[in-house]
Design a protein around this ligand. Structure first.
Ligand code: S3P
Length: 169
């Protein structure tokens, strides 16, 4: 089944844009973080505290591989590109969409998010978060079939643009 995979940093709007894409395309939305939380049976922050980031990345790889096989609109976590295995899985996929945004936009969204507690960003300074962001940028770009600039666009407009661009890709 078709998989449209959304990648991008924390705060890029992967889940929100995924909801719009699902509504427009009729495909179901699978949120990788939500799948992982269901599997590990605890919040992501607690899993990081107990087992560390490397263990979380292992969970992420397993869930990514399972989800690609299922298909649908897949909203990934911002760190999906950190592990080489995940980058290899993404590169095999024809419909990987990088939701690109300026660092300041992303950082402000992360800071204003009352729901998601993010071990690598919540309670961190802008410089600490930038140090997480910077090395990932080339990985997002390399993994993507389509790059969509999202600053100052609504989720609905972005979803429309993604479907158009994938159709013409
Ligand atoms: C992470 C991003 C989070 C979540 C975890 C790690 C990251 O997902 O997977 O906190 O390393 O960038 P979102 O991008 O949905 O916030």
């Amino acid at each position: 089944m078709t998989a449209i995979i959304l990648i991008g940093f924390m705060g890029a709007g992967k889940t929100t844009i995924g909801e719009h894409l699902a509504a427009k395309s009729g495909l179901s939305l699978i949120d990788l973080d939500a799948q992982i939380v269901a599997k590990i049976k605890m919040p992501i922050q607690q899993y990081f505290d107990n087992y560390g980031e490397a263990a979380f990345r292992e969970q992420e790889t397993a869930v990514l591989a399972e989800t690609i096989a299922t298909g649908g609109i897949i909203a990934t976590g911002g760190g999906i590109v950190v592990k080489e295995m995940n980058r290899a899985l993404l590169k095999e996929q024809p419909q990987v969409v990088y939701l690109r945004a300026d660092f300041d936009t992303l950082y402000n969204r992360i800071k204003q998010d009352p729901i998601n507690v993010r071990p690598l960003a919540t309670d961190k300074t802008a410089e600490e978060v930038r140090a997480v962001f910077a090395p990932r940028v080339p990985w997002y770009e390399e993994a993507a079939a389509v790059i969509v600039d999202t600053d100052q666009k609504s989720p609905a407009v972005i979803a429309e643009e993604i479907l158009e661009r994938l159709e013409n890709a």
